[in-house]
Design a protein around this ligand. Structure first.
Ligand code: ZN
Length: 203
């Protein structure tokens, strides 16, 4: 199983990190070892003093596909979820400055929180899903998939030009504004269309 992540897919988040608006989706991979096991707490790694949360809508691939046409992309998934792309922002900034790959800052153990899955039949339109992240009961991030620069079907089509998508692969579709630092004893929870799909304790 692989995790394919999209960066800079919401204009408001591009602005907050002073990044350039990309001409094509920004794509990176997290290894399967980055998945935080269910019900497990997240331990802040010793190599970073600035771990950020990034709440993101997730898509689970249900069958093999490559070079998927945008108009058939919906046939390749039927479950939507919510998760966190934990990012060692201090390390990422250093790597970006030097033009080096981000993997250490994004792919470390526990860096991928994957919540419960919901069948697409629960939703009228996957391109109009509201979602939020709460930190210690306070809403810190709020997004809607209608604000994505590249919508879910476009993302599937795009990434499948480079990577064969396999059953069980997961797409992280990018984060809206409001990313921020976590601290020991924080408690995070993610809500998609009114349903809480994950909770994480920070240790
Ligand atoms: Zn992200």
């Amino acid at each position: 199983m692989k995790i394919i992540c999209i960066g800079r897919n919401y204009t408001d988040h591009i602005k907050e990190l002073s990044n350039e608006r990309p001409e094509e989706p920004v794509v990176f991979i997290k290894p399967d070892s980055s998945v935080l096991p269910k019900e497990q707490d997240f331990y802040i790694p010793e190599f970073s003093n600035e771990i950020h949360y990034e709440v993101e809508v997730l898509v689970k691939i249900k069958k093999v596909g490559k070079h998927i046409d945008k108009k058939f992309a919906h046939k390749y998934y039927d479950e939507i979820g919510l998760g966190i792309d934990f990012t060692a922002r201090d390390l990422q900034s250093k790597l970006k400055e030097k033009g080096l790959p981000w993997e250490k800052a994004k792919g470390f153990d526990g860096a991928a929180v994957i919540g419960k899955w919901l069948h697409v039949s629960n939703f009228q339109d996957v391109n109009a899903l509201s979602f939020s992240l709460f930190k210690n009961e306070k809403e810190v991030q709020k997004g809607n998939t209608s604000l994505m620069l590249w919508k879910i079907d476009e993302l599937l089509s795009y990434v499948s030009k480079f990577f064969t998508l396999k059953k069980g692969d997961i797409i992280f579709t990018g984060t809206p504004a409001g990313v921020g630092k976590i601290q020991v004893n924080d408690y995070l929870s993610g809500v998609l269309e009114g349903q809480e799909l994950f909770t994480v304790k920070i240790k």
